[in-house]
Design a protein around this ligand. Structure first.
Ligand code: NAP
Length: 266
């Protein structure tokens, strides 16, 4: 018996095998879910199709989440194919490179709109279309980052987008809760992916997180997949509106000292 037996999970945001969305998808698949995948653009098709094949998934739809017609089309195809959704995963983010790095004060109006539209509003747009398909309740989840809570170097416009995403999570949880639909977000520690490569100094973030996190290690897409499984399956049946940190404990720290600096205190 798998924890996701009989459940239909639709996952947005697989770009390649390093994507967090792929870690989640694999875990859902191992636990018996029927999977539908959606990816951003034609360029990704050649990387996503072989992955879909690995798990015997033949529902792979291109969908740019800034395009309402594309979203309508994608959810209509999901309805035709599966008739319902049990779990919806939003693992999508984008910001123009110039709005990550530089000075925060220079974030442009257009850059702000782009980042917030793709990385935050899209969850509302998807939730609205998924709601009628979650006829027996369901679970929605998205991916956020600690920069929404505390200042992290150079994360800038994406920090604002993540703060919006976390607030959207709580409001959607309240709005959809009476229908038995749960909405949560996972705040993942840094993981080397395509999107992460756009954050200036990301390598330093990895190095530092590994050194100072209470668990003294980085997190993997499998770690995130495990928590996603808890939230998507009946294990998380009374959990909604939560932001769950999967970050080896980094977020509990006040002063982040490296092991060498800590040793100096003895
Ligand atoms: P990723 O593999 O690059 O995934 C990001 C996905 O978003 C890509 O598939 C990307 O497609 C897609 N996307 C961008 N614009 C889109 C659009 N207009 N329509 C549809 N899809 C679009 O990187 P990831 O790190 O796994 O990111 C997944 C989520 O985890 C993001 O929300 C990210 O902020 C979050 N997160 C990541 C980390 C980390 O350290 N990696 C930590 C915490 C949270 P394209 O490649 O075509 O743009």
């Amino acid at each position: 018996m798998g924890l996701m037996d009989g459940k239909v999970a639709i996952v947005f945001g697989v770009a390649n095998k390093n994507s967090i969305a792929w870690g989640i998808t694999r875990r859902f698949h191992e636990e018996g879910a029927t999977i539908g995948l959606s990816y951003a653009g034609e360029a990704l098709k050649k990387r996503v199709l072989p992955l879909a094949e690995e798990i015997g998934c033949d529902f792979v739809e291109e969908c740019d989440v800034t395009d309402d017609e594309a979203l309508d089309r994608t959810f209509e195809r999901i309805r035709e194919r599966f008739g319902r959704i049990d779990t919806l995963v939003h693992s999508i983010a984008f910001a123009n490179r110039e709005d990550l790095g530089g000075r925060f004060v220079n974030i442009s109006r257009e850059g702000f709109k782009t980042a917030l539209d793709i990385s935050a509003y899209s969850l509302i747009a998807m939730a609205r279309r998924a709601e009628p398909l979650m006829t027996e309740g369901g679970s929605m989840l998205s991916l956020t980052y600690y920069a929404a809570e505390k200042v992290m170097p150079k994360y800038h416009v994406m920090a604002i987008a993540k703060a919006a995403l976390e607030t959207i999570t709580r409001y959607l949880a309240n709005d959809l809760g009476p229908k038995g639909i749960r909405v949560n977000a996972i705040s993942a520690g840094p993981i080397k992916t395509l999107a992460a490569a756009g954050v200036p100094g990301f390598r330093l973030m990895l190095k530092y997180s590994e050194q100072v996190s209470p668990l003294r290690r980085l997190v993997t897409t499998e770690d995130v997949g495990n928590t996603a499984l808890y939230l998507a399956s009946d294990l998380g049946s009374a959990v909604t509106g939560e932001i769950i940190h999967v970050d080896a404990g980094y977020n509990i720290l006040g002063l982040t000292l490296t092991p060498d600096e800590l040793a100096e205190l003895d």
